[in-house]
Design a protein. Sequence first.
Length: 72
Amino acid sequence: MQKYTQLTYEQRYHIHLLNKQGYNQTFIANSMNRNKSTISRELSRNTGKRTTSKKIKPSNSQIPLKITLVKS
């Protein structure tokens, strides 16, 4: 049985950026070596549709990342 590890702020920001660049959830999951359901849950948590004060937005992260990927 695999042990679950939480996403770091860097990983959340990475997911946000790749999604914003138009990459699909499967591509993001494969590039991060994560299950696509993890990516799906993360994206649904940060769409802004839920109303909760504990929501973490990747745009509020203090870690700027520059990611350039080529779609294959």
